[in-house]
Design a protein around this ligand. Sequence first.
Ligand code: C2E
Ligand code: CA
Ligand code: CA
Ligand code: CA
Length: 272
Amino acid sequence: AKAAGTGCWRMFSAEMSEQAMTRLRTEARLRAAELRGEFELFYQPKVDPRSLALRGAEALLRWKTEDGYIAPGDFIPVAEETGLIGPIGDWVLGEACRQASHWRRLHGDLPVAINVSPRQLADGEFPNRVRAALATSGLPAHLLTLEITETVAMTQATGDFAMLRILHDIGVGIAIDDFGTGYASLSHLRRIPLTVLKIDRGFMQSVPHDVAIAATILELGQRLGLEIVAEGVETEPQREWLCTMDCQTIQGFLISRPVPAADFEARFLAGG
Ligand code: C2E
Ligand code: CA
Ligand code: CA
Ligand code: CA
């Protein structure tokens, strides 16, 4: 038993150092990627569930390497821990504003949402970065929405939501992402200056057989006068159910996967 125990410990430790090595490698490659400009934004459409009219887009970060695209789940946690999310997040902000402003000139207003990490929100300079990105690109503030996960938004509850208020006063939209997975307290929902609730994909998966949670979130949002975005919509029955619930906006593979900017423009903006 003792020998087996030792063996187990050794395996565990080898695994840990392998993880640590992978992490260090990722960090080094991320730093280089930042310098080499290997990041790209993909865009996923948000549409009206009935007419399928385009209502906006979410910008999703991709890291383009020689071996192909790397999904954010595989590098954003490392970027968060190392602080590299600061410059990367700044790039996302500037690039999304530039793209939205460009599309606006060519095709008209299109609201674009970006994802904001906890570390960016903790930076007191963040509102100035948002103001600067809007000013540089010429994008009106109401065409930019910041998606903040529920848990992070609620963390502000320990303060007084000051950061969210400042951002809201700039005029940008504030969306609570992955709603229903965190610890939102209903009284906080009233106090946070938010404009959009995004129902987490996890709650869409059981629709239409089990709609209890999705229906409750939709009704809650409607009563609070918020726009509701249902994400992770993959099937026609899900879309139909969301129509019956008067959900204003859906997003998901049923409509499109996130695609490069040029593809998004060709498929959703350039006349068709
Ligand atoms: P998220 O903000 O919840 O984004 C939605 C994720 O679900 C995206 O994954 C999207 O590709 C995926 N998705 C969209 N529709 C469907 C669907 O119908 N079915 C399924 N199964 N998945 C769908 P992605 O692009 O891999 O992004 C993962 C997460 O990484 C995002 O989750 C967000 O939290 C984070 N992220 C992405 N871009 C950025 C960024 O620029 N900055 C920061 N801080 N985080 C980002
Ligand atoms: Ca999001
Ligand atoms: Ca989400
Ligand atoms: Ca998510």
